[in-house]
Every structure is written in C-alpha cells, then in structure tokens.
Design a protein around this ligand. Sequence first.
Ligand SMILES: NC(=O)c1ccc[n+]([C@@H]2O[C@H](COP(=O)([O-])OP(=O)(O)OC[C@H]3O[C@@H](n4cnc5c(N)ncnc54)[C@H](O)[C@@H]3O)[C@@H](O)[C@H]2O)c1
Length: 460
Amino acid sequence: MNIAVIGCGYVGLVTGACLAATGNSVTCIDSDAQKVAQLRLGLLPFFEPGLEPLVQRHVQQRQLHFSAEPGPAIAAADLVFIAVGTPPLAHGDADVRQVLEVADAVGRHMAAGCIVACKSTVPVGTAERIKAALDRAAKQRGLAPDHAVVANPEFLREGGAVQDFMSPDRVVIGLEDARAERVMRSVHAPFLERPAQLLVMGLRDAELTKYAANAMLATRISFMNEMARLCDALGVDVEQLRRGIGADARIGQSYLHPGCGYGGSCFPKDVRALLAMGRAARTDLDLVAAVAHVNDLQKQWAAGVIASRFGHRLQGRRFAVWGLAFKPGTDDLREAPALALISDLLAAGGRVCAHDPAAMPRARREWPQHWFDSGALQLAVSPLDAVDGADALVLMTEWALFSEPDFGEIRRRLRGSLIVDGRNRYDPARLRALGFDYAGVGRGAAAASVKACAESTLAA
Ligand SMILES: NC(=O)c1ccc[n+]([C@@H]2O[C@H](COP(=O)([O-])OP(=O)(O)OC[C@H]3O[C@@H](n4cnc5c(N)ncnc54)[C@H](O)[C@@H]3O)[C@@H](O)[C@H]2O)c1
C-alpha cells in the first residue's frame, strides 16, 4: 500500500517506520525541512530505542522516504496518517490548528478514494472537521466524494514506542465507512495476534477513548501520590501498599508507582484538554480536575523535601539531580518533573549539577540558556561527577543506570547526606544504615518527624 504519514515526531516516525517494515511504501512528511534532511541521512531528531536502525534499514531498502513537500506523496497515497502536534492552548484546550492545516493540504492533493486516519490526539468532533475540509476540497476539485476519515488514536509510549506499535494491546479505529475499515484492518493485521484486538467504533467514541485512557492512567498515578502523602503522615510504607493492592487482579500492577509527578507530552496536556472538553460540554469533571491538581502538588514534592532540610533560601547550596527526561528511555523533556524541580532550586538561589544518559543535549538546546551561561545549571559527564560536593542527591528519572549506584562512593563525594528518591528505587533501610538521610515518596519518611512532633507535644 502507498502510505503518507504527515508529521515526523514520535508518533509519525514510529508509524512510518513500522508500516514500512511490513512491506508498505511509506513517505513521511514534515514541514521542518532540516528535520527531513537529517532523516534522509538516517539521523533521528530525538532518542527512541530501536527506532534509528529501523528507519535506516527501510530507508536503505527504499521502502521509507522523507519529504518536506506534501503534494506528491499525498497524491500517490491510498492512506494518509495525520500525526502532527496538538499542543495545549492557554486554557488547556488542545490546539488543533496543525491538524486542520494538514487536512486542508490533504484536500488539495489527495486522489479520489483516499483514506485519512488521524493519529494525533484530538478533541471530540475533530475527525468531523477533517471530513468537512476534505468534502469541501473534493467538491472544489470535482473529485468523486469517496474519501473517508478514520479516528485512529495512538497509544504508544515513548521509550518503548516501536514495541508498542509492533505489538499493541489494541488498535482503536473510529469510522463510518466499510471500505476504510477493510483498509485499516489490512494495514494493522501484521501487528495483531488476534483480529479482535482491533476495536471498531464511531469517530467520536475513538477520539474520547484516547483522552479517557490517558486520564485513567494519570488517575492511578495521582491516586498513588495522594496515598503516598497519607503514608508519610501515618508512618506507612507506600511500597507495601502498592504490593498489597497491585496483587489484586481487579487492580493490577501498572501505573501504581508513586513518584514526583507525571510529565511528558501526553498526560499533562491530555488531562487538561479533557477538562477543557468537559467545560465546553458544560459537564463538570471533578475527578479529572483533582488528578491534575494532585499532580501539580506532587511536582513540588522533591523541592519540598529540600526546603524541609535546608530552608527556602538555597544560596551556597549545590544539588545533584539524576535524570532530566520525564521518564526513562526517552530524551523528551516536555513537562518533565525535573524541569519543575530545577527551576525551583535555581529560583531559590541553589545550583544544580545534573546527569541524564539521553536528555542532556536536548536540555542544552531547550532549557533557558542563562541557566547554563551563569553556571547555575551544569551537566555532568557521569552520575558520580554530578554528586561531587553536592549537599543532596535527587533521583528524578528511574533510568537503569541509576538503579544500583556505588553508595559508598556517593557517600564520599556528597558534601551532605540527603538522598531524595523521587522514584522509590532505593532501599530506605540500607541507605539509612549507610548514613544517608533518605527521603522517598510515601516511605514512612515523615514517620520519624511525626513521632518527634508527638514526643515534643507530649513533653510539653
Ligand atoms: N509522543 C507520544 O508519546 C504520543 C503518544 C500518543 C499520541 N500522541 C499524540 O500524537 C500527536 C503527535 O505527537 P508527537 O509527540 O509525535 O509530536 P511531535 O511534536 O514530536 O511531532 C510533530 C511533528 O509534526 C510536524 N508538523 C507540524 N505541522 C506540520 C505540517 N503542517 N506539516 C507537516 N509536519 C508538521 C512537526 O514539525 C513535528 O516534527 C499529538 O497529538 C500527541 O498528543 C503522542
């Protein structure tokens, strides 16, 4: 099949490379000509495990092409995927302008019978707007009106995107057209173990399913972060709680890890966009609003621990931060909890030395230049170098590289003794035995201070 994919970001590039790998002829189109030039050389604009060799292999085999010029590839395509960004507007609504611009471009160039599948995460009703744009264009151009629109939200996770695309739990397709269903079934068949994994529904159903899925996962995370706060107050270890509830098959293990808040390009923006959709539909989404609120609070957790030890003025203090990306396996820094922490520390007069195995080049490009120029934020070549002379070490992203560090060496290099474990990766008892002041998320760390407080009240 001839396929055009518009947008060479995480979703578009993974989609294009995986569809080329199953024998389709794919052209990925991006308006960023520099990105396209790099991709033609097999150089990826971001880090995603396994994607670069896949892209290189299929470029060499001439099954995967890149272009900054949408016309010819759209004209030749049986199937066009839209995978451009839908960033948040000021009040949280998803900005669908890129999607609608692309819909207009598709309308200008498509051949009759073209099927257009929207992978971008878009508010309910957007597929209908895409369809209206195509209908208008077909009429103006005198094309037979046999094009079709599919809402095909994407559920891949950065850091495991190729695997997620190649072996999805399910593929959701919203459509109104039997031919479009046949085409979508055939293009996805190589990735599915069972045909029943392809869930066919209405356009609007599919669009809202994507937001509901992300909001559900974000809810689990915020729920655990809220439980973690209660655990701290009551001297309970949230990790035991997690084991205890995750073993219940009705609950399951995934997305139950408390931490320093969810970030990334999807959960924060999609939860806010869902809230905006609720407002527009005059439907209060109190639970979803609470999920976002709890997450905003949680992003301040690590800075709060530091303030509890060093106060709010951090002049003369230095902090080692392990992990910048919003999660392991990616260099994506969008809404990363580490960004929130580092901004807080620098605003309070502290200095930061950070290490991340993938995201440092991007941090240098995307974060405020004056942080680097002033030396307030330094990037270390190794995790241990980041720790040298620091007052505290903060784990923000649970890269495997940080999972079994040499704590003896850390103890020697650290000026202070505080370890803030923002991902609950370390054993509190072991670290305390080594002389560290260990603070994990909901690990009963506050139990000591609660007890001390109770004792001092008693003494009075
Ligand atoms: N990143 C994820 O993990 C993920 C997962 C599921 C769904 N999504 C959704 O998929 C969509 C894309 O996300 P992403 O992370 O891949 O975005 P991205 O920002 O990484 O990439 C978008 C690309 O589209 C290009 N683009 C913008 N306008 C264009 C135009 N008119 N013509 C051609 N190219 C254009 C940009 O240059 C950019 O390269 C979003 O709606 C997002 O919410 C993302």
